[in-house]
Each structure stands twice: as structure tokens, then as C-alpha cells.
Design a binder for this molecule. Structure first.
Ligand code: FAD
Ligand code: DHB
Length: 391
């Protein structure tokens, strides 16, 4: 097969890129390791920042988001006996939307199917070739076992942290920065109306907890657990008891309503940035280039901002043979990636309990400052609601 851009991975980065390219008349072929059903059902992030929503609106992908999503003005930041609302709209004039990544994924899949462009699910043995040349290619085995080769002008590596793209270039040509955190999140979905109107991020000496949501009838909740925790160690009762304690059930009359848990998983926490994000004719986007711990709600949003920068660069390269934006892609994207990496690290280390009681006092002092000072609250609001794509 011949195409303009071979895209590896059909997550949010890969499918949004295909959509943006198609809107500018650039053809692509998407190659995805998993089945369409698996990709559509993966439960992951839930918060869309301001510029993500703006972009989805501009490219006609926000109809269901606007009908079914929920716009939030801010978040609650709390610690024992105190809960403070940080109002992003008042502070920085920007809001965020609660709309599950599963829904974004379904909208992207429907839009992709409507364009009639090629996508190969359940591909195996996916490999990149000649990325240092002007005619790179991707080979894979289709779901029927047949061998395929896609020849392209450029390859977009949108295959997450375990895909082949990020290690496709010689190791001498790339640099990686990493931080592993000693804790994980236990995330649950529950069939119960949320006990809050906006998200609660809670510091507690037992560990961090968060109350998020997916709809008027579905709650999404997270607990800090030690690294290496298995879901089997947490019964439903233990989960609800820990959530009640950490989220402050009874505090100022607030109540947490428990309900049937329908899904649970453990999410390890780490930060990783790889540079450059362009290696010859291979362009990395999303989790293939960087991972953030989820506390700042940035992973999905960074995937979106990467491809918002990458799409015009690939259009200029493919349609006009102009490589100026492509040459600037890595540096432009990394500026924003590092900002989100710092914010995600900052939120994580401010809210998660470690082993040092000195650190705990510093965290409480910082939380009081963030919640109590316009300067502190504005910094959080600006980063959480999201900086402009060309920050
Ligand atoms: P992905 O969504 O990972 O998509 C990559 C795609 O590439 C996948 O479909 C994968 O199947 C495919 N692929 C992999 N290997 C190959 C291969 N060899 N060949 C072809 N295709 C391949 N972020 C938050 O902000 N908040 C959260 O609560 C949150 N929870 C998360 C929970 C989990 C379990 C995970 C894994 C991530 C979570 N994230 C969260 C991060 C967020 O979901 C990601 O940042 C986002 O999905 C990035 O999009 P992406 O398209 O770059 O990568
Ligand atoms: C959700 C996940 C996050 O990582 C976050 O910071 C906020 C909300 C969620 O899944 O709803």
C-alpha cells in the first residue's frame, strides 16, 4: 500500500491525527494492534481541558461532547476539615469538561469510519523501516495473518508507551528523562450518582483520594495505594471505607454515597519524556513520546495538543514539500510537554503521602497557600484548565 502518512496506533492521538489530516486532504493508513471493541472500551482519563474542547469543536467532533459532557468551572481542593473551591473561570476565564476518554474514542472511531480511510485493527508484528530516508514504511501482519507493507511520506508513532515507535530510532539519537513514583492509583467506576458537583482532590494522611464522575449516574473514584498493589487486595467495602475517610464523609455535613463497583484497576504512576519527538520521517505524538502521572489530568490533553501541532506540519510536508513546521515540531511540542510534565509532578507530589512527616507539613503549607492566595490558585487554574496549544 502507498499512502501519505502511516499512523501507528488508533488511540486518541492516532485517530485525531487521521481526522485532522483528512480535513486537509492528506491520506493516512492507521495500523492498530488491538481490536476495535477493545480500543473503544478502555477506561482511562475523564477531563478535557479548554483548548482540547475548542479544537474538537473546530473540527466537528464535539456534538456528543456538548450534549452529554459536563462543563465544570473548577475543582475542590481539600485536606482534613477544609474544602476549597478553585474557580478556574473566575481566575483565568477557562473551564474544563468531564467527558470520558472512552466517549472521545468512540466519537473519533465514528468520524474515522465516515471518512472511509483505511484502518487495520488486530495488526501484529508491526515494524518501522527506513525512517531516516524520505520513503519510510511500516510492515505488519493483518488480522487474517497476511503480511502488509505501507509505504508513506511520513510515519506518525501514536502507539503509546509500549509500541515500537519510540525505540525505532538508534538509542544514540534520543534522550529520555524518567521519574517513577512509589505509589499507584486504584481506580473504580461505580453505578451511583456522584456525591459532588465538581471533582474533589483530597490530601489525607492515609493517602490521596479523588472523586470524579462520568455522568449523573456514574462516579469515578481513585485512591492512592502502594506501588505493586493488586486489585484483589481491595474489597468493595474496603474501597468505600477508605474513600469515605479520605474524602471526608461527615465533614461539614458532606456525605459520600457508595454504590455497586463495576470496574477496578491499578494504575502505576510515572513521568517520562523522550526527545526529540521527531526522528527523520518518524514523528512521535502522545504517550509514545511522554507519560505523565494522572493527577493533573494531562495525558489525553497532551496527546491532543501534540497532534494539533503535528497535523499542520505533516500537511505542509506532504502537500507542499515544505518541512519548516516539521523541523520545528519537536521543539514546539516539547515546550508544552515539559510544562504539563512539571504541573503533573507538582500536583502529584503536593497531594500524595510519602514516608517523611516533614514532607507532609510542606504539602499542607503549600495546599493552604494555593487555596488561600489568588496567586497560588491562579497558577493551578492556568495549568489545569490548560495553556494555549501554541504555548
Ligand atoms: P494510547 O491511548 O495508549 O493509544 C496508543 C494506541 O497504540 C493503543 O490503541 C494501542 O493499542 C496501540 N498500540 C500499541 N502497540 C502497538 C503496536 N505494536 N502496533 C500498533 N498499535 C499499537 N490520563 C489521564 O489524564 N487521567 C487518567 O485517569 C488516566 N488514566 C489512564 C489509565 C490507564 C490504564 C492508562 C494506560 C492511561 C491513562 N491515562 C490517563 C493516560 C491517557 O489515557 C493517555 O495519555 C492517552 O490515552 C494517550 O493517548 P495516545 O493516543 O497517545 O495513546
Ligand atoms: C480523572 C482522571 C484524572 O487523572 C484526573 O486528574 C481527573 C479526573 C477521571 O478519570 O475522571
Amino acid at each position: 500500500m502507498r499512502t501519505d502518512v502511516a499512523i501507528i496506533g488508533a488511540g486518541p492521538a492516532g485517530l485525531l491525527l487521521a481526522h485532522l489530516l483528512a480535513a486537509d486532504g492528506v491520506e493516512s493508513v492507521v495500523v492498530e494492534a488491538r481490536s476495535a471493541e477493545y480500543v473503544a472500551a478502555r477506561i482511562r482519563a475523564g477531563i478535557l481541558e479548554h483548548s482540547t474542547v475548542d479544537l474538537l469543536r473546530q473540527v466537528g467532533l464535539a456534538t456528543r461532547l456538548q450534549a452529554e459532557g459536563d462543563e465544570h468551572r473548577g475543582i475542590y481542593l481539600q485536606w482534613p476539615h477544609e474544602r476549597h473551591h478553585i474557580d478556574f473561570v473566575d481566575l483565568v476565564g477557562r473551564s474544563v469538561w468531564v467527558y470520558g476518554q472512552t466517549e472521545v474514542q468512540k466519537d473519533l472511531m465514528a468520524a474515522h469510519a465516515a471518512t472511509g480511510q483505511q484502518i487495520h485493527y488486530e495488526a501484529s508484528d508491526v515494524a518501522l523501516h527506513d525512517i531516516g530516508s524520505t520513503s519510510p514504511s511500516v510492515t505488519f501482519r493483518g488480522s487474517d495473518g497476511r503480511a502488509h507493507r505501507v509505504e508513506a511520506i511520513a510515519v506518525a508513532g501514536c502507539d503509546g508507551s509500549h509500541g515500537p515507535s519510540r525505540t525505532a530510532a538508534p538509542s544514540a539519537g534520543r534522550q529520555t528523562w524518567e521519574r517513577a513514583y512509589p505509589y499507584s492509583w486504584l481506580g473504580v467506576l461505580a453505578d451511583v450518582a456522584p456525591s459532588t458537583d465538581e471533582l474533589i482532590y483530597a490530601w489525607h494522611s492515609d493517602g490521596f483520594a479523588m472523586h470524579s464522575m462520568r455522568s449523573a449516574t456514574v462516579s469515578r473514584l481513585y485512591l492512592q495505594v502502594p506501588g505493586g498493589t493488586s486489585v484483589d487486595q481491595w474489597s468493595d467495602d474496603r474501597i468505600w471505607d477508605a474513600l469515605a475517610t479520605r474524602l471526608g464523609h461527615g465533614q461539614g455535613g458532606w456525605r459520600l454515597t457508595p454504590g455497586p463497583i463495576t470496574s477496578r484497576s491499578v494504575l502505576p504512576m510515572r513521568s517520562r519524556v523522550q526527545a526529540p519527538m521527531r526522528l527523520g520521517r518518524l514523528f512521535l505524538a502522545g504517550d509514545a513520546a511522554h507519560i505523565v502521572p494522572p493527577t493533573g489530568a494531562k495525558g489525553l490533553n497532551l496527546a491532543v495538543s501534540d497532534v494539533a501541532l503535528l497535523a499542520p506540519a505533516l500537511v505542509a510536508l506532504v502537500r507542499h514539500g515544505n518541512g519548516t513546521l516539521a523541523d520545528a515540531y519537536s521543539e514546539t511540542a516539547l515546550r508544552r510537554v515539559w510544562r504539563a510534565t512539571h504541573f503533573s509532578w507538582w500536583m502529584t507530589t503536593m497531594l500524595h503521602i510519602g514516608t517523611d512527616p516533614f514532607d507532609a507539613q510542606l504539602q499542607l503549607s503549600q495546599l493552604r497557600w494555593v487555596a488561600g492566595s489568588a496567586a497560588g490558585a491562579t497558577g493551578l487554574a492556568e495549568n489545569y484548565a490548560g495553556l494555549p496549544i501554541r504555548y
